[in-house]
Write a protein that binds this ligand. Structure first.
Ligand code: 5GP
Ligand code: ZN
Length: 115
């Protein structure tokens, strides 16, 4: 997608603090971290979000939990606990319309997903 921020980060046209990249998936630090560890994990293939899954994104999607677990270990939050979230649409507060998963950890994250 020509004007998609996260496509441009995946293509290294816009800088980001990359923490993982492979053929299907890129991960980088969130620019406004909400926890000591706040990473964004994205498929390289453009997809607006979970409402818009197409077959070409499914290989990346299938591997994202495993990559997240590896990143949680590498960033020292596996034992303490972490959360993997994808905001989809307005009520969820999605602001970037390239599918992404927030990996959050490094502090108690609260017992509720909704408040
Ligand atoms: P959403 O609100 O769509 O679930 O999450 C979008 C996330 O992207 C936000 O947490 C926001 O801080 C992050 N973000 C927005 N612009 C940039 C950017 O240019 N670079 C990086 N690394 N993160 C960004
Ligand atoms: Zn994109």
């Amino acid at each position: 997608m020509g004007d998609c921020l996260f496509c441009k980060i995946a293509a290294k046209e816009i800088p980001a603090a990359l923490v993982h990249e492979d053929d299907d998936i890129v991960a980088f630090k969130d620019i406004f971290p909400q926890a000591p560890v706040h990473l964004l994990i994205i498929p390289r293939v453009h997809c607006a979000g979970l409402n818009d899954l197409a077959p070409d994104v499914l290989p990346a999607l299938a591997r994202i939990p495993q990559v997240a677990a590896e990143l949680a270990r590498a960033h020292g939050v596996a034992a303490g606990g972490w959360r993997l979230i994808s905001n989809c649409g307005p009520d969820a507060g999605q602001t970037v319309f390239h599918l992404h998963f927030h990996l959050l950890g490094g502090k108690p994250l609260g017992g509720k997903l909704v408040h």
